[in-house]
Ligand binder design. Structure first.
Ligand SMILES: *[C@@H]1O[C@H](CO)[C@@H](O)[C@H](O)[C@H]1NC(C)=O
Ligand SMILES: *[C@@H]1O[C@H](CO)[C@@H](O)[C@H](O)[C@H]1NC(C)=O
Ligand SMILES: *[C@@H]1O[C@H](CO)[C@@H](O)[C@H](O)[C@H]1NC(C)=O
Ligand SMILES: *[C@@H]1O[C@H](CO)[C@@H](O)[C@H](O)[C@H]1NC(C)=O
Ligand SMILES: *[C@@H]1O[C@H](CO)[C@@H](O)[C@H](O)[C@H]1NC(C)=O
Ligand SMILES: *[C@@H]1O[C@H](CO)[C@@H](O)[C@H](O)[C@H]1NC(C)=O
Ligand SMILES: *[C@@H]1O[C@H](CO)[C@@H](O)[C@H](O)[C@H]1NC(C)=O
Ligand SMILES: *[C@@H]1O[C@H](CO)[C@@H](O)[C@H](O)[C@H]1NC(C)=O
Ligand SMILES: *[C@@H]1O[C@H](CO)[C@@H](O)[C@H](O)[C@H]1NC(C)=O
Ligand SMILES: *[C@@H]1O[C@H](CO)[C@@H](O)[C@H](O)[C@H]1NC(C)=O
Ligand SMILES: *[C@@H]1O[C@H](CO)[C@@H](O)[C@H](O)[C@H]1NC(C)=O
Ligand SMILES: *[C@@H]1O[C@H](CO)[C@@H](O)[C@H](O)[C@H]1NC(C)=O
Length: 818
């Protein structure tokens, strides 16, 4: 059931309940059940004992005859018809027992207005029908009712006046329409029905602008439509173009680009009824932009500004590159494409857009972006000091500028269209080359910065010195870029001696003496290695030390020193150094002589060699001892007849001496460390030769010769005394050997006597001798110089006064000689 209808019924039942309250206290109650324009139906309560009920309608305020109807006793509801529309009546119900009124009740009832009449009904819209109907007196409202013929659809709406439209209908559907009037009392009967079909729907148009001067409209076929009408109007004008078509699409052409059009469309049904109207709006696509210009953005952000001339009807522009980059603008007539890649040949087109879609792209413009930096750069140094910077070619580069910065800050620049650039690369520097490529769009971003280090330079001031005979010290001033110095010393035969150091000084020791070494200092860097072209510096080592092999004493003060040495050519100096003096001799050979060496001296002999390079170490020392000196002042003194004392002054360098006295009759010898010697076994009256050997502590001997020595004449033997007359004493002796003069001395206590015979005599006499006394008697020969020999023996004789006047004197004994 229609919900509206249901609501109406509920309302009616509620009004009945209200009337019941009015009729309270009566025995029976009555209420209006429903009314029409011509009748009032009431309802009452059953009254016991009533066999009929009489219902009377009395027109209010009128003298018209009331109208009544009678109903059986079982009836509780009944209508009174033939009343006047829109008129108030008193409705009286009487419960009857035949003709007796048992009970009575009254209520008021108003008849509905007159039934209206539909003048016309039509459908303008597919979902509605408009109904025109007559006005009726007393109607406070009207009810428009639509229902399908099959009764599936039922709808009522309350309207206030004619015409009125009922909506919510289905398109192209037949509806039966009625109108009812209503007042306070109730509704009238429905009017006579009118059947109306709703029109077809409008087509749901879909528009596009396929090009700058066309609009294509399409739609789904509309049910029951047989023809479609379209009407296009350019916005801002009132020129309309109408077309009819049975197709479901239509293309409007020769339109203005970038212009908004409104398109109205409706469908027609087979009865020639125009259906709903729908309006859509469509703008045509804009023309493609013109005058496209490309500029490099002033800031170096790899950007490009694209500008164009404005196009009518466009609300957005998009610039696109062939590399899928784009930018867009809706207000300005330019936009900026950023993040361009370097070295590209771009094609740029601009498209204008509006709601209709994009325009055709503009004529393409070429743009070459600024170049990429070279992919890789490298340095070649075909010849020391001349470098070539090379790089890979860059697309779309017109020329290149290479900067070669040196680590001391200086910079070289080179502008070339080639991919190579020469620069001078002095040894010992690090270079930082970088290359920028250029084209009309500008320079590339900085490319890789290479670092190229040249081999260090050779030190200029290498100073080689011989610090000791076999050690070279090499000094130089440090050179730029050298981390290590490799110093070598080499000659033709020896293995290379090497030292590696970071300091600019090096000592090469353990070299061979008397060699010519070639010394090279090579600076090395870790990256580039060593400079192998450094000039050698020649340095000779000191000569080798000679070795003294022989010292030969050629004469008393003359020695020859011989040596050996492994030197090619050298001058040698031999030094002979004593405690008091020293001497030198020189030679380029292997020996030299030293003369005038004093006797008895010990010398240290050493030699050294000299060459232009310097001086060798001295040889090992050897000791040279000259022969001891001969002692001087040698004297031989005869102490007794057979004994002599030899004394001498010490000879320099001598420690012991051997003295010899030699004669044809024999010789005496004495070995002593003192400077005197007693020699026995001397024969008196003999000529001796005297020699002395001075011997040094090492056994060096020197034979020294002196004047000969003659021993004194021999003492006479067999000395005898005889007493003679006249107190004379005669002294006899036996002379030995050669003829000598003799002297006899007698020493008594009170007097002394002397006698001396002529040469050749062997006695002499002493007169007036005192007897009774003891005399010491010495007979001594006289030496050639007439001196008296002192060491002849003394004898004591006692001369008595009694006895024989003549006779031998008694020998008292020998006395020691002092
Ligand atoms: C309009 O056309 C587009 C593409 O042809 C389609 O996807 C869309 O559904 C259509 N709209 C209507 C209302 O027909
Ligand atoms: C289109 O058809 C309708 C209905 O048949 C007609 O009224 C109208 O004149 C036609 N319009 C054109 C431009 O043919
Ligand atoms: C337009 O309609 C015709 C006829 O209905 C159809 O043949 C044609 O394919 C349609 N064109 C488009 C673009 O839909
Ligand atoms: C307008 O559209 C037509 C058809 O697509 C095209 O040939 C023409 O180049 C366009 N004109 C401009 C200025 O876009
Ligand atoms: C850039 O490309 C366009 C089209 O591909 C071509 O005509 C032009 O010669 C190119 N420019 C250069 C410098 O290669
Ligand atoms: C480099 O040479 C090109 C032509 O080869 C010239 O146009 C440019 O100005 C030069 N640049 C410099 C910095 O010298
Ligand atoms: C030079 O390059 C090497 C390796 O390519 C690097 O180890 C060194 O640090 C660089 N030197 C400088 C000064 O940049
Ligand atoms: C080695 O040093 C010398 C002199 O300092 C220089 O002339 C030469 O170029 C260097 N050698 C190399 C290979 O660089
Ligand atoms: C250093 O010395 C060693 C041997 O003494 C040698 O092999 C090496 O090549 C030298 N140079 C460097 C740079 O180490
Ligand atoms: C030393 O010289 C002497 C004399 O010239 C010679 O006789 C001797 O053989 C030499 N000794 C050596 C070891 O040469
Ligand atoms: C040795 O000395 C001489 C004279 O002084 C000199 O002419 C010569 O050159 C020297 N020889 C050497 C090898 O020194
Ligand atoms: C030798 O004796 C004399 C005189 O007594 C003395 O003057 C002299 O110095 C002595 N000579 C030596 C070498 O002792």
């Amino acid at each position: 059931m229609d919900p509206k209808y249901f609501r109406l019924l509920k309302y009616m039942l509620l009004s009945i309940g209200l009337c019941k309250i009015c009729a309270a206290q009566n025995d029976i109650t009555v209420s209006v059940f429903t009314v029409t324009s011509r009748s009032v139906t009431v309802r009452w309560s059953r009254y016991p004992g009533a066999n009929s009920y009489r219902v009377t309608a009395i027109k209010k305020n009128s003298n018209e005859r009331p109208v009544f109807m009678t109903f059986g006793g079982n009836i509780v509801m009944g209508s009174v018809t033939s009343l006047q529309p829109n008129t108030a009546y008193i409705m009286r119900v009487e419960a009857m027992d035949y003709h007796t009124v048992l009970s009575m009740a009254e209520t008021e009832g108003l008849t509905a207005p007159e039934v209206p009449r539909i003048i016309q009904a039509y459908s303008k819209q597919s979902d509605s029908i408009t109904v025109e109907f007559t006005d009726v007196t007393g109607a406070s409202e009207y009810i428009l009712r639509a229902q399908t013929l099959d009764g599936q659809f039922f709808r009522e709406i309350n309207v206030s006046s004619s015409p009125s439209t009922i909506i919510g209908l289905e398109p192209y559907t037949e509806y039966s329409l009625n109108v009812l009037s209503a007042n306070r009392g109730g509704r009238s009967q429905p009017s006579l029905p009118v059947v109306v079909r709703t029109v077809v729907e409008a087509m749901d148009m879909n528009t596009t602008s396929p090009s700058n001067n066309t609009i294509f409209v399409s739609w789904e076929p509309v049910e029951h439509a047989v023809l479609y009408s379209l009407c296009i109007i350019r916005e801002g004008s009132d020129i309309r173009v109408k077309v009819n078509t049975t197709d479901t699409n239509y293309t409007f052409s020769n339109l203005e680009p970038g212009t908004r059009y409104s398109i109205k469309g409706n469908a027609w049904d087979s009865n020639g009824n125009m259906g709903d109207e729908q309006t859509v709006y469509q703008i045509t696509r804009p023309l493609s932009p013109d005058g496209v210009r490309l500029y490099l953005t002033p800031v170096r952000t790899m950007g490009m500004t694209v500008s164009w001339a404005d196009v009518h009807g466009a609300d957005m522009y998009i610039a696109r590159t062939s590399t899928e980059l784009n930018c867009s603008s809706d207000v300005e007539n330019y936009c900026v494409i950023t993040a361009l890649s370097c070295s590209q040949n771009l094609t740029v087109t601009v498209t204008a857009e509006n709601d209709g879609g994009p325009s055709n792209p503009s004529d393409p413009e070429d743009f070459i972006t600024f170049p990429c930096p070279p992919d890789s750069i490298w340095v070649e140094e075909p010849e020391a000091g001349t470098c070539s910077l090379m790089w890979t070619a860059v697309d779309f580069a017109d020329y290149y500028i290479a900067y070669v910065k040196r680590d001391d800050g200086s910079e070289e620049r080179c502008n070339t269209t080639q991919t190579v650039c020469d620069f001078s690369c002095l040894c010992g520097f690090t270079f930082f080359p970088t290359v920028f490529a250029y084209n009309q769009a500008g320079p590339s971003l900085p490319g890789p910065v290479l670092n190229y280090t040249t081999i260090p330079c050779c030190p200029e001031d290498v100073f080689v010195s011989l610090v000791s005979t076999e050690t070279l010290e090499i000094r130089w001033s440090a050179v730029r870029g050298a981390e290590l110095y490799e110093t070598t010393a080499a000659d033709q035969t020896d293995p290379i001696i090497q030292c590696n150091d970071t300091a600019p000084v090096c000592a090469l020791s353990d070299l061979t003496c008397n060699r010519r070494y070639s010394v090279v200092v090579r600076p090395c860097s870790e990256i580039r290695g060593c400079n192998n072209t450094c000039r050698p510096h020649m340095q000779e080592t000191a000569p080798c030390a000679p070795e003294i092999v022989n010292i030969t004493q050629l004469g008393l003060s003359h020695v020859r020193i011989q040596w050996t040495a492994a030197n090619m050519a050298a001058n040698y100096t031999v030094s002979v150094v004593g405690p008091m003096d020293s001497q030198q001799c020189h030679s380029s050979g292997t020996s030299c002589d030293i003369t005038n060496l004093p006797c008895g001296t010990t010398y240290e002999v050493s030699a050294y060699a000299t060459t232009a390079a310097g001086r060798s170490l001295p040889s090992y020392s050897q000791t040279l001892e000259t022969e001891p000196c001969c002692p001087g002042n040698l004297t031989v003194e005869q102490v007794t007849q057979a004994m002599s004392q030899v004394t001498w002054t010490p000879g320099t360098g001598a420690r012991s001496y051997i003295t010899s006295l030699t004669s044809s009759k024999g010789h005496a010898k004495c070995h002593t460390m003192s400077t005197q010697c007693i020699m026995g076994c001397i024969t008196c009256g003999t000529n001796y030769t005297v020699t002395l050997e001075a011997i040094s502590k090492t056994g060096h001997k020197r034979e020294c010769n002196y004047h000969g020595f003659s021993s004194k004449p021999c003492c006479p033997s067999s000395v005898k005394l005889y007493r003679m007359a006249n107190n004379t004493l005669r002294v006899y002796w036996r002379s030995s050997g050669n003829l000598h003069s003799h002297v006899a001395d007698l020493y008594g206590t009170s007097s002394n006597y002397t006698c001396s015979p002529p040469m050749g005599s062997n006695y002499c006499d002493v007169s007036e001798i005192i007897c009774g006394e003891v005399y010491t008697v010495v007979v001594a020969p006289l030496a050639q110089d007439s001196s008296k020999i002192t060491f002849c023996p003394r004898r004591m004789y006692s001369v008595s006064c009694s006895g024989n006047t003549l006779g031998m004197v008694i020998y008292r004994g020998k006395r020691s000689v002092d």
